[in-house]
Design a binder for this molecule. Structure first.
Ligand code: ADP
Length: 480
C-alpha cells in the first residue's frame, strides 16, 4: 500500500486561512478513499489540540538546537474519514492567540522561521524511519514545509519528496543568520540551495531539493516559469520543468453541494433551480439589501489582497450598480480595501453589502444566493470559489489566469452549442475589460433561457477530487 505523509500548516475543519486549508483536507481524504495510506502532519495550534482526541506517540523529540524537546501526537481527523493525523506539540511555538501566521495586528509572528522549520524537520524525520509510520513519499505544501527536502538532503533517508506550490507569492523569506539555528548545513547556503538574494527562502529550498514539484493548475505551472508570476524563482522553475506538474484542485463535494449544504436557507439541484432564488431572497433580507427576483446579485468571497483584483472592482463598481446589479461581499485582509468597500456600502446600503471577517456559513449562503460570482484575480494558482460557484449554478466571471483559465469556459455561441460554457472570461487586468465582461454576463442574465442553459452546463462540470487524486497517485508512483 502506498504510504504518504501529507505535511501542511493548515487543514479544514481544524484550521484554515485559505485554499491550502481546503485542499489539505479534501485531497488526503480522496487519497484515503482511493486506498492510499495517507496521514496528515499539522502543528499543534490551540484549535487542533482542542478538536482532536490525541495520544502521545513520542514525547522527547529534539528538532532544533535552541528549542525545547517536542511531542508527537496522533489522532483521527474529524468527519467521516479514517484519515490519521499527526500533530507537532510544542506550546512555545504554536499555543497562542491570534492567527496561525500572524498576530492579532496582522504582523507576522517573530518566530515563524523556527515554527515552520520545526514542522519541516519533523516531517523529514518520518523519512528516516524514526517512527512507526514509514512513508514512501513526503508531500510538502508551500513554504511552511519547504525546508523538509533541504533537511533530507543532509541526512540518510528512505522517502521521496514532492512539494506542492499553492501560491508563489508567499515564500517564507528569513534572515541568513538563522542558518545554524534552523539546523541547516553551511553547504546549503548557496545559489543552488536555500540562499535567496542574501536571505533564506523556505520555498526555494523546497523547489531546489524536492524530487518533484507540483502546482495546482496546468496554466499556473506554465505561468510561474515566467518572471511576471515567478517571484524571482521563474528561472529555477524553468530549469526544473521536467519535474514540474500542474494538477487542478477538486472541490470537496460533501462540504459544497447545494442539494445537501446545511448552511443554505433552501437546498436545490438543477432540477429544482427555482429554489435557488429563495436563498437570494432570504440573504438579501438578512443583509438589508433590497430584493427583487430579477435583479442580479453579484457575490464575492475573498481575501482582500492586491492578488484578487479588488481595485478593478472598486474602480467600476458605480457602473456595475448602474446596470441594476447588487453586490454582496465577504472578505478579510487589507484595511485600506476594507475602508473603500465600507464607503460604498455606507452610501448604498440597499445595493452593496460588505461583511469583514471569516464566516464559513455566510460563504456558503453567498454561493447559493448570488447569480454571478466575481473573481477578477491578477493571478490565481487554482482558485476554489469559481468551482464552488459553477457547482451552485452561480456563474463565475473570471480573469483568464491560472486555475481560472483551466476551469471556466467562456460563454460564447460556439461553447454554448458544444454544451461546455460555464461562465464568463476576460483577459487583461483592466477595469474596462472587466466592466465589458460584467455587461456581457448581465446581457445573458436577462435572457432566462440562455442563463438556464449555462447554469446547467456549469452545474454539470465535474469539480470532484476523484480525477485529481488519481493524478497525484500517478505522480507518487512515478517518484517511486
Ligand atoms: P486563496 O487560497 O487564494 O485564498 P481560494 O479560492 O483558493 O483562494 O480559496 C479560498 C477559500 O477560502 C475558499 O474556500 C473561500 O470560500 C474561503 N474564504 C476566503 N475568504 C473567506 C471569508 N472571509 N470567510 C469565509 N471563507 C472565506
Amino acid at each position: 500500500m502506498l504510504a504518504v505523509l501529507f505535511a501542511t500548516s493548515e487543514a479544514y475543519p481544524l484550521v484554515k486561512t485559505g485554499g491550502l486549508g481546503d485542499i489539505s483536507y479534501a485531497l488526503p481524504r480522496a487519497l484515503c478513499q482511493a486506498g492510499v495510506d495517507v496521514r496528515l502532519l499539522l502543528p499543534g495550534y490551540p484549535s487542533v489540540l482542542k478538536a482532536l482526541s490525541l495520544q502521545i506517540v513520542h514525547d522527547n523529540i529534539k528538532l532544533l538546537p535552541n528549542l525545547p524537546t517536542m511531542r508527537l501526537l496522533q489522532g483521527q481527523m474529524l468527519g467521516d474519514t479514517n484519515l490519521p493525523v499527526y500533530v507537532l506539540d510544542c506550546p512555545q511555538l504554536f499555543m497562542r492567540d491570534g492567527g496561525i501566521y500572524q498576530d492579532q495586528y496582522g504582523h507576522d509572528w517573530h518566530d515563524n522561521a523556527q515554527r515552520f522549520a520545526a514542522l519541516s524537520k519533523l516531517a523529514a524525520l518520518f523519512a528516516t524511519h524514526c517512527f512507526d509510520f514509514k512513508p514512501q513519499v513526503i508531500h510538502c505544501n508551500d513554504w511552511q514545509t519547504g525546508l523538509t527536502p533541504a533537511y533530507l538532503a543532509q541526512m540518510p533517508h528512505f522517502a521521496k519528496t514532492l512539494i506542492s506550490i499553492h501560491n508563489m507569492a508567499y515564500q517564507g523569506i528569513f534572515p541568513a543568520h538563522l542558518l545554524a539555528e534552523l539546523d541547516l548545513s553551511p553547504q546549503s547556503y548557496h545559489i543552488h540551495g536555500v540562499e535567496y538574494y542574501g536571505s533564506l527562502s523556505f520555498l526555494k529550498a523546497g523547489l531546489v531539493y524536492a524530487n518533484a514539484i507540483s502546482t495546482v493548475s496546468p496554466t499556473y505551472a506554465r505561468e510561474i516559469q515566467h518572471p511576471e508570476f515567478g517571484y524571482g524563482l521563474a528561472g529555477l522553475l524553468a530549469s526544473r520543468r521536467g519535474q514540474l506538474t500542474g494538477i487542478i484542485n477538486g472541490v470537496d463535494t460533501d462540504e459544497w453541494n447545494p442539494e445537501t449544504d446545511a448552511h443554505l436557507f433552501k437546498n436545490y439541484s438543477f432540477k429544482t433551480i427555482a429554489d435557488k432564488t429563495e436563498n437570494k431572497r432570504i440573504l438579501c433580507e438578512k443583509l438589508g439589501l433590497s430584493y427583487q427576483e430579477k435583479q442580479p446579485l453579484i457575490g464575492m468571497i475573498t481575501r482582500l489582497t492586491a492578488q484578487k483584483g479588488l481595485d478593478l472592482v472598486l474602480s467600476i463598481l458605480p457602473e456595475i450598480l448602474n446596470e441594476g446589479a447588487q453586490l454582496v461581499l465577504l472578505g478579510s485582509g487589507d484595511k485600506t480595501l476594507e475602508m473603500q468597500l465600507q464607503h460604498f456600502a455606507a452610501q448604498l446600503p440597499y445595493k452593496v453589502s460588505v461583511t469583514f471577517g471569516y464566516n464559513e456559513a455566510l460563504a456558503h449562503q453567498i454561493e447559493a444566493a448570488a447569480d454571478i460570482f466575481l473573481m477578477p484575480s491578477r493571478f490565481e494558482p487554482c482558485g476554489l470559489n469559481q468551482m464552488y460557484s459553477m457547482h451552485y449554478g452561480t456563474l463565475p466571471i473570471v480573469r483568464k489566469t491560472g486555475g481560472l483559465a483551466d476551469s471556466v469556459v467562456d460563454t460564447t455561441p460556439a461553447h454554448l452549442d458544444q454544451g461546455i460554457a460555464t461562465g464568463f472570461v476576460f483577459e487583461k487586468d483592466e477595469p474596462q475589460e472587466l466592466l465589458r465582461c460584467v455587461q456581457r454576463a448581465l446581457l445573458v442574465y436577462r435572457n432566462p433561457e440562455m442563463w438556464r442553459a449555462v447554469q446547467q452546463q456549469a452545474m454539470a462540470y465535474d469539480v470532484s477530487w476523484s480525477s485529481s487524486a488519481q493524478q497525484y497517485i500517478q505522480l507518487y508512483q512515478r517518484l517511486l
